[in-house]
Write a protein that binds this ligand. Structure first.
Ligand SMILES: Cc1cc2nc3c(=O)[nH]c(=O)nc-3n(C[C@H](O)[C@H](O)[C@H](O)COP(=O)(O)OP(=O)(O)OC[C@H]3O[C@@H](n4cnc5c(N)ncnc54)[C@H](O)[C@@H]3O)c2cc1C
Length: 299
């Protein structure tokens, strides 16, 4: 069996290590002030894809939409074992809400062609909406299972998945192609392999290759094209697609394609000091619950 699995991964601000003003006045993330990392649950999705390839064979592709610097998480995916990587980058993708993001990702799936399984993280630690996975499935007219924790088997075009539900698990069988969103309890992502790191650390996108002309002079476009072919043969080529490569009209992407308008952004600064001791008694807890309901925190 040869299964093509596509993993969607997002480069996110390391919200545990904020070093400056996290949000810009226009409501977008100030990525310069935040170290960028591989979204944690996307690492679980990638690990699930790699484990499945070890069981049934096939190819693992990883795709991210982001600024050119997002190529860094694609190199990390190659170090972990991915076969091929795709960077969706274009100024016209910027400022996308979940609708515009899922639109761009669904266009990338169509461009890849026959994909049997799409794995997403359940949620990104910055936007935190958990909307993109289900939206991509909807746009592709594909079945979806969310909160997936393990794949029990894949055979003859069908798959059995174990997913988390309130208070337990659910086992679902479905036809391929299918989209899964993966939870953090699914597995422990493997560490980056030293041998693969040495092998893939020079993997580049077209923009990085052009920018890299510093250490090697490419006389002309032919030399650049020859270098691209050499890198492709060695598996060191990160596909770079923009709006024009997706063959769709630009108004569906980025801020233009985003009905969500950020009205106001305010930083929530939690101050210490104003706290209340709640006695660990039934009355104490009841009093707390009444207060939370009165403050419309609990409904
Ligand atoms: C603080 C904050 C609040 C936001 N609030 C909203 C909001 O209320 N509504 C709204 O529409 N947008 C919102 N956004 C924008 C939203 O973050 C982006 O649209 C984002 O690209 C996708 O949403 P998400 O981060 O919630 O991802 P989620 O839906 O939580 O992501 C789920 C999975 O989808 C995949 N995925 C998500 N983004 C990408 C990507 N760029 N490349 C590849 N795979 C990806 C990953 O597998 C990820 O684990 C917000 C952004 C921020 C920073």
């Amino acid at each position: 069996m040869s299964l093509t699995t596509l993993v969607f991964a997002k480069q996110v601000p390391d919200t545990a290590n904020i070093t400056g003003q996290a949000m810009k006045d226009d409501g977008t993330v100030n990525r310069a002030a935040l170290p960028a990392i591989f979204n944690p649950e996307d690492l679980n999705a990638l690990e699930m894809a790699l484990e499945l390839r070890e069981r049934v064979g096939g190819r693992v592709l990883v795709c991210t939409m982001g600024p050119p610097s997002a190529a860094a998480i694609l190199r990390q995916a190659l170090y972990m074992g991915a076969d091929e990587t795709i960077l969706l980058t274009d100024r016209r993708f910027a400022g996308a809400d979940t609708l515009a993001t899922s639109y761009a990702l669904s266009c990338a799936v169509r461009k890849v062609g026959s994909v049997d399984l799409i794995l997403c993280g359940r949620q990104a630690i910055d936007g935190d909406t958990a909307q993109v996975g289900p939206q991509v499935a909807e746009k592709l007219g594909m079945a979806q299972v969310t909160y997936a924790e393990s794949i029990e088997w894949v055979r003859e075009g069908r798959i059995r998945v174990r997913s988390l539900i309130d208070g337990g698990h659910e086992v679902v069988e479905a036809p391929l192609p299918l989209l899964l969103t993966v939870v953090s309890s699914a597995n422990t992502p493997r560490p980056v392999g030293a041998r693969r790191l040495m092998q893939y650390k020079r993997a580049v996108t077209r923009s990085e290759l052009a920018a890299r002309s510093g250490d090697r002079v490419y006389e002309d476009a032919n030399q650049l094209a020859a270098e691209e072919q050499r890198l492709r043969r060695q598996g060191l080529w990160i596909h770079e697609w923009g709006v024009d490569d997706l063959g769709e009209s630009p108004e569906h992407f980025g801020l233009a394609g985003s009905p969500t308008k950020v009205k106001q952004i305010e930083s929530v600064v939690l101050t210490g000091g104003s706290y209340k001791d709640i006695p660990p008694t039934d009355e104490g807890i009841q009093g707390l619950v009444h207060e939370l309901i009165a403050d419309h925190i609990l409904s």
